[in-house]
Design a protein around this ligand. Sequence first.
Ligand code: GLA
Length: 361
Amino acid sequence: MRPLMKPRLECLSLNRGATVYNRRGLLAGLALSAMGMGSCARKTTLQKSDPSALKTRYHFPIGAIAKTADLRDQSFTSLLTTHFDHFTPEWEMKMEYMLQDGGQVRFDAPDQLLSFAKAHDLRVHGHTLIWYDQDKSPYFQSLKANKSLFSKAYNDYIAAVMSHYKGQLMGMDVVNEALDEDGQWRPCLWLEVLGPDYIEQAFRAAKAADAATPLFINDYNLESNPKKRLAFMKRVEALLKRDVPIDGIGTQTHIDANLPPEALTLALKDLASLGLKLHVSEVDISLYDASHNPFNLPRLRQKQIALIHELTKAYGDLPEAQRYGLTFWGMRDGDSWLTRRPGAGWDEPNLFDAKGQIKPI
Ligand code: GLA
């Protein structure tokens, strides 16, 4: 059974040997097509003015993700502008893209995304300044022996991004995935050189550059791992006590369809108890378990729908000031990182099927 933990991209090649994974994917694919699955989603094509557009259904902003390549896909942009209030840049606002080897920051792709958003009355949630997963840049690696130069470069990078987008973003993920499964600070270059204060330092640098944009700390498995959630909340509380300018929490919500729906409600209530804005920031609901037993697929599809209902209901019940937004990490199944990454097999984690037909939510 697939664990209810969000698999980390970098672990996948280790955890699932390519041969095993491919064989599984092939068998599952054959079995699914033999059952004629994947073709029974409701056939609905929504127009821009359609009152059943997702964004008209909820009392909170609803979002998706986008990258510049998606803007050339007319069926993608049509779904995005029809159904969503905002989007998060999937990749091009990450350090891996923005930071050049010499320390310069490039804004070309994220600027294109912002222009598209402005032209279509969409807002953009910034993602992400500091992430353990993106600490390999030659620039920062070359500075790691000199803490004060490193620290200045760290502040400068944050200031460059925040000042460039000052006043233009609905919010920004300042630190992403700082904790491991046990709630300990996750080892990374930032921790190694700056110590755990790297988090506080990042928030202070971001706030100094743009005082008005809400700043978020974003993490994963807070729904499926209550131990991690508790540790995360304690860490955030401690930072708030030191007046670190954290305005909001992002709970990614990359979940598995087997997660009991009440786990979502509980997680949202717990996290909201800190009183900050709450962003349900990267929702997808994996049906991967059906790869092992395709006969489970109808049941898992129903569970996926039930989880979306539970999530949107529980989120809608939070105080209005805390309902920053609910963002889906992908629109169509075929676009998902869970189906697109190297060696990926079958999955249907998103709101729209691979053809862009909305699921019966
Ligand atoms: C994490 C990151 C996202 C994205 C997903 C997987 O959740 O925060 O930016 O990379 O992993 O694609």
